[in-house]
Ligand binder design. Sequence first.
Ligand code: FA5
Length: 340
Amino acid sequence: MNLDEILLAFDRDLESITSDDELQNLRNNYLGKSGHLTTIMRVMRDLDPKERPIFGQKVNAAKQKIEQALGSMREKLEARKIERALKGTKSIDLSTPLREETGSLHPITIIEQKIIEIFKSMGFSIEDGNEVETEYNNFEAVNVPKDHPARDMQDTFFLDNGELLKTHTSASQNRIMRKYGAPCKVIFPGRCFRNEDVDASHDNTFFQVEGMMINENVSISNLIYFMKEMLSKVFGKDVDVRLRPGFFPFVEPGFELDCKCPYCDGKGCNVCKSTGWIELCPCGMIHPKVLEMGGIDTEKYQGFAFGLGLSRLVMMVYDIDDIRKLNSSDLKILKDFKIK
Ligand code: FA5
């Protein structure tokens, strides 16, 4: 074939192309190593030297023409693919207003982050606890030996391997004492699990924030100071607290810390059930046995610990009437919470 015949044949072949593979074969047939244009270049050798440049230019022009035609065909094939994909789908209305639905933080996360920031600003370190724990850390290390009646206070999910889902954040106390030694100021938020009947204020999965301060001369007034600071910052106003005696094997003395209802300032409302006070978190001076098991010198150091019910605090902040809403996957409920 001469050059004109090659171009005519190419045009004819191009018309029948329907796929990317066919297009690639066509390219190889004309521009490939043994393609028509490559082959015809060999003719140059037999030409009169004067005619060679003219012939070379003609071959290059033909090559360009073929390249362009192959490019256009590639675009056509792409367009056909898109057309096929869109067939049967509804047409797109570009004038439809954009639906600006963005994700939001879970209310537990919002308050947890707030508490973390507040305690950080007061010099506390933040730690993460395990959700699967040893029986030792969850019970023995916090002075709840086997057969101690206090174990019944926290119905436990045991795992087949003898470990358990931690029933309280206190399960991390021993590990953290061993990590930090004394003195230390640490808070450790975490998810806890209890195998108990669920109702509006009890869930089998809930969050606590544990706090611990160990140093020389630490007393319960340090605890009162930090809790007042934290609550006043969470509620954005001065909040009073009070202590009542409470029993927990890991603290001595132990207390229940109540805060004056921030909604009615102690006058009585439906949040505080007309009592003016809200039971907020158990706390106390860490039992010397617990400190010893954590490797702390009890001659020199004392400490306080508290176990704040984070899920219950979140319910209070956002006026949520049922704790189970917090673990629900219903976005209609969860998206209503805005950052306070
Ligand atoms: C404890 O868990 C102790 N470890 C707290 C502690 C730490 C005391 C350090 C002293 C020193 P308690 O079982 O009371 O204590 O739980 C603490 C808080 O967790 C409760 O006040 C409550 O707010 C929350 N809580 C307990 N059980 C549930 C539950 N089933 N659902 C939701 N919140 C719960």
